[in-house]
Structures are given as C-alpha cells and as structure tokens.
Design a binder for this molecule. Structure first.
Ligand code: IMP
Ligand code: MG
Length: 183
C-alpha cells in the first residue's frame, strides 16, 4: 500500500504535534524547576515524540530507554506486559518521567511505573502525547497528557501497525483496507 493511503483521516497534524510538544515541555520545565529529571522513552512508540519533546524541556535531563511489549503485533491490547529491553542506568533516587505515544488501556505504563517505584525512584510520572477516549475513566491518566483522540486505531509519528507507518509525520486513523488485511 502507498504510504499516503495508509490513513483514512489525519487527526493530528505535524504543526499540532510540535505545538503540543512545546506545551508539555514547558509544563515539565516549570514543575521540576531546579531539579534533574531522568526521561525514559518507552520503545518503540515513544520515538519520534521523545526526541521532539526533550528539546523543549529546559532542565538537566538524563535520557534512557526501556522496551516493553503488550500488543504482540495486532490492533488489540493485551494485559501481560513483558520487559524486552531494560534501562541502562539506575533510577534509585531519581525523578523519572516515562514518555510514551498513547494511553489505550494504560496497562503498559502503569506496570512500568510500578517497577520504577519498586526500584526506589524519588518520583515517577508519565508523559504521553495521546489519550484515547475509550469511555473507561478508571484507567491510569498520565500527569502530562498532550491530546485526547477518538477510540480508533491510529498510526504515524511513532505509532505502528505491525511495525509499519511509524515514519508518517502526522497521526491518522488506519485505513479500512489495512485492517481488513489483518482479519
Ligand atoms: P496500552 O493499552 O495503553 O497499554 O497501550 C500499549 C501500547 O500499545 C502503546 O504504548 C502503543 O505503543 C500501543 N498502542 C495503543 N493504541 C495504539 C494505536 O491506536 N495504534 C498503534 N499503537 C497503539
Ligand atoms: Mg506499539
């Protein structure tokens, strides 16, 4: 499929993404003024959001990454979270902000945050670009949340469908043809 046909509708433009990164970066800079933060990107979806966001965080920042899996290559979430690649640095005594692309069920982020608390982090918060409006208000809600989006499967700007389409510069709802191919 041609890459510009992968989305049936663009819901977040490149301009809106950068505006949101600036807003989130300013909030974080204000809240942690005078402190150091360890920003942990949740691979692979955090990328390129993570790279754009940290440019707007005006603090002493240490960058690290962790990789977890919960989707196993489909468009439906699952409950079990596995760590596939751990941090390089210890988080004990650190202010940690985990950065991810989207909260759907919120299970992945919640589990990783619990792990960092057990490891003795001074504080643990999360920053996500997108929050899906699934109607479930009991879900984990990140302190730093960029934009609410409809409850649809989205791709682009780090979000994948079977590891494809992460390179789109915008975020869009996946085309019906691609979903049909999966079923
Ligand atoms: P969770 O259900 O909130 O735990 O979501 C876990 C991960 O699934 C997210 O970090 C994303 O990488 C991925 N994910 C959730 N919704 C979507 C989507 O609409 N498109 C692509 N990936 C998604
Ligand atoms: Mg993913």
């Amino acid at each position: 499929m041609k890459i510009d046909k992968a989305c049936k509708e663009i819901i977040v433009s490149e301009e809106k993404i950068i505006e949101t990164c600036k807003k989130l970066g300013a909030q974080i800079s204000k809240d942690y003024e005078g402190e150091e933060v360890t920003m942990v990107g949740l691979l692979n979806g955090c990328n390129p959001f993570f790279s754009d966001l940290i440019k707007y965080v005006d603090l002493e920042v240490v960058v690290d990454y962790i990789k977890a899996s919960s989707y196993h290559g489909t468009t439906k979430s699952s409950n079990d979270v596995k760590i596939l690649k751990d941090l390089d640095l210890p988080v004990s005594g650190k202010n940690v902000i985990i950065v991810d692309d989207v909260i759907d069920t919120g299970n992945t982020l919640k589990k990783i945050m619990e792990i960092f608390k057990v490891r003795g982090a001074k504080s643990v918060e999360a920053c996500v670009l997108l929050y899906k409006e699934t109607g479930d208000d009991t879900r984990y809600h990140a302190k730093y949340t960029g934009l609410s989006i409809p409850n649809a499967f989205v791709i682009g700007y780090g979000l994948d469908f079977q590891e494809h389409y992460r390179n789109l510069p915008y975020i869009g709802i996946i085309s019906d043809e691609l979903v049909k191919e999966e079923n």
